[in-house]
Design a protein. Structure first.
Length: 204
């Protein structure tokens, strides 16, 4: 199964449908304040798997210089319209080649869970490389163990998920060179049966 192909195709189709599920007052988005308060104004942030840029990229762009990356062309096209103050790249976030120490923080909401989990460690190591000394990550990762899961009708498209459980993810984040500041399980505001692990961590 080519999980990435399913995800890219799916998010290119469900641009409006997915956007309609996202709100700024939800618990997950409010967690951004925890990151914001630790960063000086004008800081450089990467939003990996930014989708249409709402609400996360827009929230961060009010205070910081934000770079959004997503591999679904239609998501990026809309993000450029909705958040004109940010810069966007249409790329696979597992293959990013920004120079070492490019960002003060990297944020990734609901994207890592769509990447085949055997790639997660390499992704975290690359985030670590691209962060400045003592930089932060705010990551949404899996709360439970899923190898390869698909849904034939997620907001109207076929979709794919793959992730480790919360304890494995926290251990992996530490092994990749981060100090965990806090971790929290957040219930999905649209699908209450789904839970996600949010982690704020700092590069050591
Ligand atoms: C559930 S949406 C989340 C969008 C946004 N972060 C938010 O909080 O609303 C997941 C996004 O991650 C993107 N994505 C998934 N895997 C990716 C990859 N390997 N590289 C780049 N983007 C990816 C999808 O295209 C999609 O736009």
């Amino acid at each position: 199964m080519d999980g990435k192909k399913i995800v890219k195709k799916g998010y290119n189709v469900i641009v409006e449908e997915y956007l309609a599920t996202r709100t700024e007052d939800s618990e997950d988005v409010q967690l951004l304040w925890e990151l914001v308060q630790r960063l000086p104004k004008g800081t450089k942030i990467l939003d990996a798997g930014c989708g249409a840029g709402m609400p996360v990229t827009r929230f961060l762009s009010r205070l910081f210089e934000v770079t959004g990356v997503d591999f679904a062309e239609n998501q990026i096209q809309l993000a450029r319209k909705l958040v004109p103050q940010a810069r966007f790249f249409c790329q696979d976030m597992t293959k990013l080649t920004f120079p070492d120490h490019s960002f003060n923080a990297i944020c990734s909401y609901y994207a890592i869970i769509h990447i085949p989990r055997q790639e997660h460690r390499k992704l975290l190591l690359n985030f670590h490389r691209m962060l400045k000394t003592s930089g932060f990550v705010l990551l949404c990762m899996g709360a439970n163990d899923i190898t390869d899961d698909t849904d034939e009708n997620y907001c109207g498209a076929r979709m794919y998920w793959s992730h480790y459980d919360a304890d494995t993810n926290i251990k992996m984040i530490k092994e990749c060179g981060f100090k965990v500041i806090w971790s929290k399980i957040v219930v999905d505001s649209t699908y209450p049966k789904a839970k996600h692990l949010f982690v704020l961590a700092q590069k050591i």
